[in-house]
Design a protein around this ligand. Structure first.
Ligand code: NI
Length: 191
């Protein structure tokens, strides 16, 4: 069976828009979340934010190993520490970069039953939520890179996803990222 959705990739403007608050937690939202989870598992990935399937609403689905879940209107209320981890994204497939983000967070929001939830998360789980939160704000992992890395990364993604040739003096983008590819294709962290 085909995935209910096609995951939008770099270059799609929906990935750069700020999503709207969810106003109704209802059956329609539950169906949307279910379809998004199917798409997420098909990829496979561990998280998927609504804008990644073209829906401009503030929620994401995920499975951090405890089964499928959704977080609606999430807010990160506390963060602490720093943690470096190699991060990929289903919307920038085949590439990954080492990115520093807070190590621990407290995130609050609502589940699909409309119950308020508060989750304390560390390391990988914390990273997953922060990555999905970024999607709701139109932020991609490229925006989290330092200036120098970002310049090279932008050339790579423009060529790969927009079909633009890199300028002649640019470093070979394939070579500059080739060491990162095995981790990305391993599907360890693809939200
Ligand atoms: Ni992503």
């Amino acid at each position: 069976m085909a995935s209910p959705y096609e995951v939008r990739v770099f270059g799609d403007p929906v990935l750069r828009t700020v999503a709207n608050e969810v106003t109704d937690i209802d059956g329609k939202l539950a169906k949307l979340a279910e379809d998004m989870l199917t798409t997420m598992y098909d990829e496979p990935g561990i998280g998927l934010a609504a804008p990644q399937v073209g829906v401009q609403k503030r929620f994401f689905v995920y499975d951090y190993g405890d089964g499928p879940a959704a977080l609606i209107n999430p807010v990160i209320t506390e963060s602490d520490g720093e943690w470096l981890y190699e991060e990929g994204c289903l919307s920038v497939p085949g590439l990954a970069w080492e990115i520093v983000r807070p190590k621990q967070i407290l995130i609050t929001g609502y589940d699909l039953d409309g119950n308020e939830v508060a989750i304390e998360a560390d390391e990988l789980e914390s990273r997953l939520y922060q990555h999905e939160m970024d999607h709701l704000d139109g932020v991609l992992l490229l925006d989290r890179l330092d200036d120098e890395t970002r310049k090279v990364a932008m050339r790579t993604v423009r060529e790969k996803f927009l079909g633009l040739d890199p300028s002649p003096e640019a470093p070979d983008p394939a070579r500059s990222t080739s060491t990162k590819r095995p981790a990305a294709s391993g599907g360890l962290f693809l939200p």
